[in-house]
Write a protein that binds this ligand. Sequence first.
Ligand code: TGC
Ligand code: FAD
Length: 387
Amino acid sequence: MALNPTDLFDVRSLLTDEERMIQDSVARFTDERVIPIIGDCFDQARFPAELVPEIAALGLFGSSLPEKYGCAGLNSVSYGLICQELERGDSGIRSFVSVQSSLCMYPIYAYGSEEQRERYLPRMARGEVIGCFGLTEPQGGSDPANMKTNARRDGDDWVINGAKMWITNGNLADVAIVWAQTDEGIQGFLIDKGTPGFAAQEVHKKMSLRASVTSALFFDNVRVPDSQRLPNVKGLKGPLGCLTQARYGITWGPIGAAISSYQCALEYSKSRILFNRPIAATQAVQLKLADMARRITLAQLLSLQLGRLKDAGAMQPAQVSLAKWNNVRMALDISREARDILGGAGITTEYPPIRHALNLESVITYEGTETVHQLVIGREVTGINAF
Ligand code: TGC
Ligand code: FAD
């Protein structure tokens, strides 16, 4: 029996019925609602906000959080499959869901008070409140310990000053999770849109993640009550703990982008006739396609095992780094190579590979650059910190 070209090791057979059902329903959404419009959205640098209610109705926001807060209570493998299927459409759509789920709803759930959870999470699950996560600052995102944004205690309030850079959803967000230095270390604050002194400015001229909103955030004596501080975490482990959640999802997402690029190159190579035969009949193109299939298979197995470890409560941040590094690099290489197989046709957004390749230039940088993740593995295996 012929193998499935996009799943040579039948990784799907390792999923439960529920996981397969979730994958299929998100795949349908991507095929019917995302793929028909996303090329134009990318061209127009437009985030398709009209999809937000449908994403919410599918239960994709905060999907791993408990039903008590209006969330779907799914396992980590299901969350990964959601990321994979969304990014098969576009990294920007997956980013939107990653930020809302792992970087905004997760810290409110993990570090927030019960009152904060009840106030924000059900509305965020319904897509009525959109969040953004402000960690990176203009002076260098790889080293968040060098944080200049600060929060000073003033009676029952906090006064926040500083700036954040490259913040996904910044201009869309109803609430920003902002990390700031305090006398007791780094702490997280929930800053609602419209709070005096808080401003967001969209980043333009992007050649990557054009169907996603990216912004700079500014805080000029922003005053918030102590009830807007996340009470249950202090120190860099707060934001880094959120990054571990989001990076986990990002190990899966680029598998979707890679599958989309590979499928496109595979189809095209079978119909493109040069020198009296399809280019798929040449050894050079078959080598490229075989290599794509090999790397996608390895990435699928890596993320699935990572998900099983996470669901068993045994996942380590260094394992997440290895999978983020491997899978994003795999997808970036494959989408560039797929673009090449399409020749001139590959340079327009009529076909997905160039859009995926451009998007993945951001994905390989955000949530820890490739170098940062390589150095995390280097530290793990040598015991020596090279940062
Ligand atoms: P270090 O100072 O040693 O550790 C601080 C504390 O944090 C703990 N920790 C972690 N906890 C959970 N998950 C992790 N991945 C953790 N890594 C460290 C650590 O145990 C320690 O705890 P404690 O209790 O001892 O205080 O920090 P480090 O040396 O481990 O970190 C250095 C480095 C370079 C790895 C870290 O700073 C880093 O990861 N830098 C990259 C920053 C980054 O990834 N920024 C991403 C911003 S958000 C974003 O890009 C969103 S894109 C959104 C989208 O999808 O659209
Ligand atoms: P830098 O940290 O200045 O890195 C520059 C170069 O130096 C990189 O090549 C890096 O690998 C290298 N480098 C760093 N350290 C070392 C070292 N020790 N040795 C050798 N080389 C090193 N941040 C948020 O907080 N929230 C968001 O929602 C968010 N969304 C984003 C969306 C997009 C589209 C993008 C592009 C970024 C987003 N970011 C967000 C920021 C992102 O996390 C940072 O861009 C990333 O962490 C890198 O920081 P930087 O851009 O300042 O690069």
